[in-house]
Structure formats: structure tokens, C-alpha cells
Design a protein around this ligand. Structure first.
Ligand SMILES: Cc1cc2nc3c(=O)[nH]c(=O)nc-3n(C[C@H](O)[C@H](O)[C@H](O)COP(=O)(O)O)c2cc1C
Length: 143
């Protein structure tokens, strides 16, 4: 049992859909999950008070979206060391964002990262729904 915060950066909604499915997986395991748009996280106190953090961004032009970059700087100020972490994102072909987020959470924020990142072309294709829920369940099992 614990509380997880999922923050996503998404332009056309695919990464948001993955965020919602990860939250479902966490709730199925009996933990709490909140889903927030990265553009809405403005201050450190918006990030405080959770046991797990799962950050996701779509990849555009080989990069994560600006809102997620800004949010990760805020995460650095928050002091998330040792907290359970995960990352995810929708992509088209190269999918750099989820790996960059994962590496930043591991190496800079010093978080306890769950196997991943979760990268999906679509949550609606090829077992994507189950994979996203499963990632949420794996994270919840560490809480
Ligand atoms: C202008 C543009 C640039 C993109 N650049 C990349 C890219 O560099 N690598 C990649 O894997 N996908 C790229 N994509 C595909 C998106 O990552 C993909 O459509 C994803 O599902 C969008 O997620 P979202 O709905 O959460 O915004 C690009 C899409 C657009 C429209």
C-alpha cells in the first residue's frame, strides 16, 4: 500500500492514455495513484508526499517534451532520493524520451527505479493495455 504520482507530457493524448493505464494497474494492486499533466506541476510542493513517481513523455524530434524537462529540474529540487521510480512514453520510431527520463531519475534524482522504461507505440495495439497496467502493478508491488 502506498501513494504514487504519475506525471505525463503528451501532445496528442497517447502518453496520457498510457499514464491512465499505469494508474489502473497501481489501483488494482490496492495502492493510490494520481495522474497529473506536467504543465500543471509548477512548484516543489506539487511533487512532495508520494512513495512512487512515474514520469512519462512522448518523443518529438528525438527529445522529451519541454514540460517534462522542466518537471525533472523541479524533481531535482524536491529530493526524491530512494523513492520508487518508473518512466514511460508513446513514440513513433526512435523513442528517446522514456530512456532519457529513466536515466535522469536513476542517475540524478537517485531513485529506486523499477525495470523499464515502458515504451509503447500505442496503448491500444499489441497488448499495450496489459503492458501499461502490468507496469503499474510492478511498481505497486514495491510499495
Ligand atoms: C512533428 C513530430 C515529430 C516526431 N518526432 C518523433 C521522434 O523523433 N521519434 C519518435 O519516436 N517519434 C516521434 N514522433 C511520434 C510521436 O512520438 C508519437 O506520435 C506519439 O504517439 C505521440 O505521443 P502523444 O500523443 O503522447 O503526444 C513525432 C511526431 C510528430 C508529429
Amino acid at each position: 500500500m502506498g501513494k504514487a504520482l504519475i506525471v505525463y507530457a503528451s501532445r496528442s493524448g497517447e502518453t496520457k492514455r498510457i499514464a491512465d493505464l499505469i494508474a489502473e494497474g497501481i489501483r488494482i494492486q490496492g495502492s493510490e495513484a494520481s495522474v497529473v499533466d506536467a504543465t500543471k506541476v509548477k512548484k516543489v510542493d506539487g511533487l512532495e508526499g508520494y512513495d512512487a513517481y512515474i514520469f512519462g513523455s512522448a518523443t518529438y524530434h528525438g527529445e522529451m517534451m519541454q514540460a517534462m524537462k522542466t518537471m525533472l529540474f523541479l524533481g531535482d529540487k524536491t529530493g526524491l532520493e530512494g523513492k520508487v521510480g518508473g518512466s514511460f512514453g508513446a513514440f513513433g520510431w526512435s523513442g528517446e524520451a522514456p530512456g532519457r527520463i529513466f536515466d535522469t531519475m536513476k542517475n540524478v534524482l537517485k531513485m529506486d527505479m523499477v525495470n523499464g522504461p515502458l515504451m509503447l507505440k500505442s496503448a491500444l495495439l499489441g497488448g499495450g493495455t496489459e503492458m501499461a497496467q502490468g507496469y503499474g502493478k510492478d511498481i505497486a508491488k514495491k510499495l
